[in-house]
Design a binder for this molecule. Structure first.
Ligand SMILES: [Zn+2]
Length: 100
């Protein structure tokens, strides 16, 4: 997927269409990868003995290799107010910023 380096897009802060610079960032996990389930798992596996449901092997569908695409975090920066916006998070095999 090719993304243009600059695009004219709507800025909710300026309340009009402005020229915006596009940047690709690495997609982050929500909560920094420490959600309720992983906190509970850390508490369980820190103890001695059987870890209950966390002793089981992970199921095959949860393996990272099952998906062939990666999420792309496309963010734009407004040239007038300097505010950053999350444009979209599509899935793509490869993504690059197209230079004019
Ligand atoms: Zn703006």
């Amino acid at each position: 997927m090719k993304i243009p380096a600059k695009m004219r897009s709507f800025c909710p802060r300026c309340n009009k269409h402005t020229e915006q610079a596009v940047k690709i960032e690495k997609a982050k996990q929500r909560g920094g990868g420490m959600n309720r389930g992983s906190r509970r798992m850390k508490r369980w596996t820190s103890r001695i003995g059987n870890h209950g449901r966390y002793s089981r092997r992970p199921i095959a569908s949860r393996n990272m290799t099952s998906k062939t695409t990666k999420k792309v975090d496309i963010r734009t920066t407004c040239s007038e107010c300097g505010k950053k916006w999350i444009k979209s998070r599509p899935r793509a095999r490869r993504s690059e910023i197209k230079r004019m």
